[in-house]
Structures are given as structure tokens and as C-alpha cells.
Ligand binder design. Structure first.
Ligand SMILES: NC(=O)c1ccc[n+]([C@@H]2O[C@H](COP(=O)([O-])OP(=O)(O)OC[C@H]3O[C@@H](n4cnc5c(N)ncnc54)[C@H](OP(=O)(O)O)[C@@H]3O)[C@@H](O)[C@H]2O)c1
Length: 297
């Protein structure tokens, strides 16, 4: 089996730990698809798998990873596994139990990266999206600074190798950096041709935080109002990418992006076609004090 993992560059965190710049996103609505996709991706050389509690597939992802460790394809230390704390677990004392639950689901002793999925907390409870009788999402005002204290405890206890954030804007990062004991290593945000996050990338870089692009392909076909730019997806912004595919040939096709460089004028063309439109905008939460998408970056 071809193994191209050595050709995938790494991003280095401020603490010297490293993350492959390319991984597999695992969003899926069907069971069993993800297990096969993860196994196949590992076989062809993917060494970074991205999941989250929210996706409800940690068990499948973990089964695939453990299967590939057991059959000798990889060792645990060869694979970078990231998962995320969901919005209903934001109280400081909830974070360690939530992290332990994710580890149990995955069947792993630790994850390489644990992220706060979103800066806004939802009401505590069993539902991923707690709603009232009008169907409105029930948020809470738990401060993500308190959530971060729980994340730091996960790090100190060795449950996770590194901690980071997702969907945080520059003001929220500034506020977090002012109180954090352990700085986040990574911010995972929507980043594609439509929303190229140029200023946020620069801001994160200046603060020693790496950036991962989610929905890097713009989730083609998901929103008919957003142009499909798939043919232009190969950009080189010094960030990590986690395109999701459950289709073998596309898992393979997406991986072959390290043998060329776009020229400056080609990058400018890609930049010029951005629309600023997000796939994930959570507009119904726009009045919440921690809504992250209300400022320019
Ligand atoms: N942190 C967050 O808040 C957050 C939010 C959203 C997503 N994510 C993460 O980011 C990952 C990726 O984002 P995403 O799933 O939203 O969108 P995406 O990766 O931009 O797009 C996925 C879609 O593209 C299709 N696709 C993949 N490769 C293709 C190719 N070469 N040609 C044509 N179509 C192709 C896939 O279909 P097939 O499967 O049929 O190939 C799938 O429908 C997720 O899986 C998740 O892990 C994180």
C-alpha cells in the first residue's frame, strides 16, 4: 500500500509539538461509512484525523484508528487525533468528564488536540441542541474563559497533548490570551476560497497560534447560494486542511496536493473571487455576547 505520510508537511506549535498540515474530516450522517473512510485514509498515508463529540462518530473513528494500530499499519504516536468539547459541556467542572467520555468513545488514552468547538455555551443537558418550545436554541452565559480553565486541567492531567479553540474571532482570542495560563496552539475555523480568513491567519500567526481550515472545499452542494469553487481548492496559506470525503477515490485525490506551488498571481486570482459567505454562520445566535462572526475577523 502506498504510504505518502512522509510527504505531508507539519505545522509546529509554539511548544514544539507538531501537527500534520493535512487530515481527514469525518462529518457524516451514515453509520459505518466513517470507519471505512478512516481506515482507507490511514492506509494511503493520512496521519491526522479530525472528529468531535458533536459528530457522534468518535466510536467509529476510534475503532478504525485502533484497528490500524492493531494490524501494524501505524503506531499510536504516528497518528494525530483531534476532537472537540461540545457546547453543552462548557462549565469548568464539566470539561474533564466530557474529555474522558470522548477518550472512552475513541478507545484512546489521549488525544493529540482537544478544541473548544464553539465560543458560545448551550444549556447543559442530554440534547446536543437544546431548544425551547419555539424551537430556539437554549444558550447559556458560561464564559469561555471558565471553559478554558477546564481545558487546561485536561492538559495538566495528560488526557490531551495540546489544547486549542475553534470558531474564535480575534477579540475572543485576545481576551483568552490575557487570562490563559496555557496558550491555545490552534484555532480551527471555516476557511476556503469564499472566506479566506487572511486577517485572522495573520493575527493567529502573530500570537503563535496555528490555524486549521474546516470546510476547505466549501462543502460543495450544501448551500446553493454559495458558489462551488472546487476546481480552485488548492491554496497555500500555511494552514492545516481537513477536507472530508467518504469516497475512496476522492480521499486519495485530495491527498495529492504537495507536489506543486501556486504562483503569486494565481493566489491573487483565488483571493479575488472570495464572497465572504460562510457555510457555518449560526445566525440564530447572532445576539449572543459571544457570537464569533459579528466582527470582521
Ligand atoms: N470546527 C467546526 O466547527 C467544524 C465545522 C464544520 C466542519 N468541521 C470539520 O471539517 C471537516 C470538513 O468540512 P466539511 O465536511 O464541512 O466540508 P468540506 O470538506 O469542505 O466538503 C465535504 C464535501 O466535499 C465532498 N468532496 C470531498 N472531496 C471532494 C472532491 N475531491 N471532489 C468533489 N467533492 C468532494 C464530500 O463528498 P464525498 O464524501 O462524497 O466525497 C463532502 O460532501 C468536517 O468533516 C469536520 O471534521 C469542523
Amino acid at each position: 500500500m502506498m504510504n505518502m505520510s512522509l510527504t505531508v508537511p507539519y505545522l509546529e506549535f509554539y511548544n514544539g509539538n507538531k501537527m500534520p498540515t493535512f487530515g481527514l474530516g469525518t462529518y457524516s450522517s451514515k453509520s459505518n461509512e466513517v470507519e471505512e473512510a478512516v481506515k482507507y485514509a490511514i492506509d494511503i498515508g493520512y496521519r491526522y484525523i479530525d472528529t468531535s463529540y458533536f459528530l457522534n462518530n468518535e466510536k467509529e473513528v476510534g475503532k478504525a484508528i485502533r484497528g490500524k494500530i492493531e494490524d501494524g499499519t501505524i503506531r499510536r504516536e504516528d497518528i494525530f487525533v483531534a476532537t472537540k468539547l461540545w457546547n453543552t459541556f462548557h462549565k469548568e467542572e464539566q470539561v474533564i468528564p466530557a474529555c474522558i467520555e470522548s477518550l472512552k468513545n475513541l478507545g484512546l488514552q489521549y488525544v493529540d488536540l482537544y478544541l473548544i468547538h464553539f465560543p458560545i455555551a448551550f444549556k447543559k443537558g442530554k440534547e446536543l441542541f437544546p431548544v425551547n418550545t419555539e424551537g430556539e436554541i437554549q444558550t447559556s452565559d458560561v464564559d469561555y474563559l471558565d471553559t478554558w480553565k477546564g481545558m487546561e486541567e485536561c492538559f495538566r492531567k495528560g488526557l490531551v497533548r495540546d489544547i486549542g479553540i475553534s470558531n474564535f474571532n480575534s477579540e475572543q482570542i485576545t481576551r483568552l490570551l490575557a487570562s490563559a495560563t496555557i496558550k491555545p496552539v490552534n484555532n480551527q475555523v471555516e476557511l476556503n476560497i469564499n472566506i479566506n480568513q487572511k486577517r485572522l491567519i495573520e493575527f493567529c500567526k502573530n500570537n503563535g497560534i496555528t490555524v486549521t481550515s474546516y470546510s476547505p472545499l466549501g462543502r460543495p452542494g450544501y448551500n446553493s447560494e454559495i458558489p462551488n469553487f472546487l476546481e480552485n481548492r488548492k491554496a497555500q496559506l500555511g494552514v492545516a486542511l481537513i477536507p472530508r470525503s467518504l469516497n475512496g477515490s476522492r480521499i486519495k485525490e485530495n491527498f495529492v496536493i504537495f507536489d506543486f506551488q501556486l504562483k503569486e498571481d494565481e493566489m491573487k486570482i483565488l483571493e479575488s473571487i472570495k464572497t465572504g459567505k460562510r457555510i457555518i454562520s449560526f445566525e440564530e445566535l447572532k445576539d449572543h455576547k459571544y457570537y464569533p462572526f459579528g466582527i470582521p475577523f
